[in-house]
Every structure is written in C-alpha cells, then in structure tokens.
Design a protein around this ligand. Structure first.
Ligand code: ZN
Ligand code: ZN
Length: 420
C-alpha cells in the first residue's frame, strides 16, 4: 500500500472511532492511553493525531494523550530491585480518573507487544501485573460501569505484527496487520459508518432474541469441553452498542462480533478447553484446560504458560470465577481470516469465550447501582482482573437451558442455531 492510501485509511478509521466508537459529543474532552494503562508508544502517533483531528472536527474541547515506552516496562522487570515491584506510577491513574469524573471520553489503543515479558521470571511479571491491577482498579471500576463513553481500538504495533506474521519482513507484516485491522473494523468498506450501523443493528437482534429466551444456563459441548454455566436472574445480553452513564451511546470495541452477558459466579461446572492461545500480561498461554466446580476454578493445566495461568487465577478470590460469557459464531469475519492475532480484542471476536474475573455491572439489571456485596449476592463477580479466553470452534454445540429444565439449540457446530 502507498503512504497516501494508508493515510486515507487512517483518516477513515479515526472518523469511525470518533463517531461510532466513542461518539464524542461537542464540548467533551478525550484522553488517549494504551490499553492496560501503559502510555501510548510514539509509533502510534499517526493514528493518535488523526483521532485528535477527527475529535476536534466534531467539537471535542481538548484531546490529551499519555505517551509511553513499552521497553521501559521490560527494562524495569529485568533491572529494578526485587523488592520494588509494588511501586507504581499513580499519576496516570489519577489523571484518567479525574477525566472520567469530568465526563470525558476515554480511548484505549491496543497493539502492545504480546511477548513483552517473554522469557522473564514469571514471579516478577506476576508481581508487576498484580500491582498494576490494584492501582488501575479505580479506572476499571468506572469503565465496567460505563461511567463515560469509552472505546478500545487497535493499532498495528511492530512487535505485534511480527508475532502475527512471523514469516514476513517487519514492514510487510505491519502493512498486513493494518490491512486486517481496517477490514475487521469495517473501514475498508465504502461507507464505514453505515456499515457499522447495520452491524450494530444485526448484533442487537441476536441479543434481543437471547434476552427474550431467559435461559437459566448454557451447556457447552466440544472436544475437550463439557461445561454448564448458569445465568443469573436479571442477566442482560449486550452487544456492540451501550449507553454510558453520561448519556452517550457508544461502541466499546472496534472490531466487535460478540453478544455477551454475565454468568452466575456460583454456577459453572465441568471442563473447558481453550481453542486459542491467550496473551496475558506479556506472556502467551497455550493449549490449556480449566476445570470448574460450583463456579470455582479447581484445576488448570497448560502446555505452555501454565504458571502464568495459575497466577492469573490466583490474583484474588474473584479470579477463581467467571465474569463474562460471550457468543461469537465460528464463521465470524475475524475467524475467517484463518490466523491468530495474539490480541484479545481480535481473538475474542473470532470465538465464543468466557472471562475469568470481574463481571461488567451493565450486564445485570440495575447492576451499576449495587454495592460489591449486593452484586455478588445477585450472582455477579468482583475481581481486580477480567481476562477473556477463547473456547469456541466449529465443533462446538451450545444449548440454552430453560427454567423448566428443557433445552434448545443456541449454537450448532459453532454457528447460530436460531434466526433473529
Ligand atoms: Zn467478550
Ligand atoms: Zn471480556
């Protein structure tokens, strides 16, 4: 692709991010960070600048960016004193919280090096991750209650692109990853905004169907998976678009293909086998199985990254339980690309998934107003963590279990089993 074309695509992408993703209102401020609160690397400046232009074009009052350097995180893990990993740079969290409380919009760019901490002492990586989660909780809590319009989008980072397309030279890998981002985010279509409106409406119909069925549980079967997951009373099926507490309708993920709700934290039983690797905190976890009893993880095994997986589960009590259940057909445009992205924003939209840890408050009727204890009593899960992992495949069947115990097909061989 030529530079001009790429620049034009970035402009269209930025426009869709501002108008569909964030839906920025005139007079709002916007803060841009790297997903998971690392500062945005300078390699993403061309996208950040286009987003800023697009935001000002719709009347944004001020666009702020937290810049950073990933290498600094790796350096610290390698060289900082062993007893220093509970240190944290809280000024970034303070700034983000302040902006959210002011009703500003929040954009997170995902594109970090999925292997940033590869080969480092898992003990240290675990400590860094836990310290981050503890300190970042003030932001996570506000995001999971949709306090303001927020959005996560991707940028084709150099290291990430090399991970996705290891056989290509660096520049070609990056171009190919940008192309994949533009296509899956519907930016390559003639009218991306209209394409998004159609897509949002279609996903909403799926969510409305599932909402009307009022299933009390889902049952999953696939090779290595025999699993029942309860759905609490008051669960809400959510798709692409949500309403923030500041009154702005927004689309939290670009791309998005999922329809999701919260599981009952006390009702998960059986075994699930992962169908995609999981990139967690800079470590890849591959070919893993998780066993549940009464909602709680009782066993994990993994071919690769087992100690990282165990650390994830051991973060706190809530990370022994589930906080999200999402349905995505195996034929999703992202799955059809036929390769992994090693990035949850993409891989979760290629496959049915569940999430270890915190449930989104907006997936339970009135959930935003409940205290943590009340939310937990209603079946919701509370944790510092929220980590999606993929379990769907073209071999997966899912049944919806009704109040009377009867079952009906929700998915067959990885595809929707109902018309919406
Ligand atoms: Zn999800
Ligand atoms: Zn999730």
């Amino acid at each position: 692709m030529t530079d001009i074309t790429h620049q034009e695509m970035l402009q269209k992408y930025a426009e869709a991010i501002v108008k569909v993703g964030l839906n920025i209102r005139a007079g709002q401020r916007l803060i841009i960070t790297l997903a998971a609160n690392r500062g945005v690397p300078i390699q993403f400046a061309p996208l950040v600048r286009e987003v800023s232009k697009a935001a000002y074009a719709v009347g944004a009052k001020y666009v702020d960016v937290i810049w950073g350097d990933e290498e600094m995180l790796r350096l610290r893990a390698q060289h900082a004193p062993h007893d220093s990993f509970d240190e944290y740079s809280t000024w970034q969290v303070d700034a983000i919280v302040k902006m959210i409380e002011n009703g500003d919009a929040l954009l997170s760019i995902s594109g970090a090096n999925p292997d940033l901490f590869g080969g480092l002492d898992p003990e240290i990586v675990g400590m860094i991750q836990k310290t981050h989660l503890k300190n970042f909780a003030r932001v996570s809590e506000r995001v999971t209650t949709n306090a303001v319009n927020w959005c996560v989008v991707a940028a084709a980072g150099e290291a990430w692109a090399k991970k996705v397309f290891p056989d290509l030279p660096a520049i070609e890998a990056q171009e190919k990853l940008w192309k994949a981002i533009f296509e899956t985010a519907r930016i390559a279509q003639p009218d991306p905004i209209a394409a998004w409106q159609t897509h949002i409406a279609n996903l909403r119909k799926r969510a409305q169907y599932l909402q009307a069925r009022q299933y009390t549980a889902l049952h999953y079967s696939a090779p290595g998976t025999d699993f029942t997951l309860g759905l609490p009373n008051g669960h809400l099926w959510i798709s692409a678009q949500s309403m923030a507490q500041n009154g702005v309708a927004f689309t939290a993920n670009m791309p998005t293909e999922e329809v999701f709700t919260l599981p009952d934290r006390n009702r998960a039983d059986g075994v699930v086998t992962s169908t995609f690797p999981l990139s967690y905190g800079g470590t890849l976890i591959e070919d893993f199985q998780v066993t549940f009893e009464n909602g709680r993880v009782v066993k994990v095994t993994a071919q690769k990254g087992e100690s990282a997986l165990q650390k994830l589960v051991d973060t706190d009590e809530g990370s022994h339980r589930l906080g999200e259940v999402a349905l995505v057909p195996a034929s999703s445009p992202i799955a059809q690309r036929g390769h992994l992205f090693y990035n949850t924003l993409f891989d979760e939209n290629a496959s049915c998934h569940i999430a270890i840890g915190r449930a989104y408050r907006f997936t339970l009727t009135g959930g935003e107003e409940l205290t943590d204890d009340e939310f937990v009593s209603a079946g919701g899960n509370v944790s510092l963590n929220h980590v999606d992992f993929m379990i769907g495949s073209p071999q997966m069947d899912i049944d919806g279990v009704k109040q009377d115990g009867s079952r009906e097909p929700v998915m067959r061989q990885g595809e929707w089993a109902f018309d919406a």
